[in-house]
Design a protein. Structure first.
Length: 197
């Protein structure tokens, strides 16, 4: 019988050789700590003044302080107050209303075209001038053209009947505020002469 091989070795077998690991030297023995250097006087965290420590001593080194980091969640943006939300809602509502009114006026042509006279109101106004200022008592069938622009300088002619006779009156728009002047009644012949002259 063969002798057992030491731990980590393979028993001898005919024709086999197992390499052995190298033997390492033992680790060095721990040394006693060096005496701590004298801490110079001064404020905490400041670099000490240079001192002569002799030919074989080093000056003490102080590491820089790391900034203080606090754990926890990252800071969030401040929450708006209910007053801030209300202000935002009111401003949004006002802007929306202003845009809606502007869009409606643009769609209806209020910004692009001069206003027009209402035909019935114009005819009623001419009738009132004829009865009040020209003292005609039987004014009927007053007709003025439709779509008359209420812009200074516009001229038109309205027709009517009075005393069984067909008459007309010239109307001149005085300004952009819709004021107009009604001329005196003219017969058909007088109106034709006025148009030629």
């Amino acid at each position: 019988m063969s002798t057992p091989a030491p731990y980590g070795q393979v028993p001898d077998s005919p024709g086999s050789q197992v390499p052995q690991p190298p033997v390492l030297p033992p680790p060095p023995a721990p040394q006693a700590p060096a005496p701590s250097p004298t801490v110079p006087t001064g404020s905490y965290g400041q670099t000490p003044q240079h001192q002569d420590h002799g030919p074989y001593q080093q000056q003490a080194q102080y590491p820089q302080q790391a900034p203080y980091l606090q754990g926890g969640p990252a800071p969030t943006t401040p929450r708006t107050t209910s007053r801030g939300r209300m202000t935002t809602i009111v401003v949004t509502a006002l802007v929306t209303a202003a845009l809606s009114v502007t869009a409606t006026l643009l769609a209806t042509g209020a910004f692009t075209a001069a206003p027009l006279f209402e035909q019935e109101a114009l005819e009623s106004g001419v009738r009132d001038v004829l009865t009040d200022d020209f003292e005609l008592t039987d004014v009927d069938d007053v007709e003025c053209p439709a779509d008359v622009v209420a812009q200074g300088g516009e001229q038109l002619e309205c027709t009517f009947t009075s005393g069984g006779e067909d008459l007309s009156v010239p109307v001149e728009v005085l300004n952009d505020d819709g004021q107009y002047r009604v001329g005196g009644p003219l017969t058909e012949d007088e109106a034709a002469d006025a148009d030629e002259g």
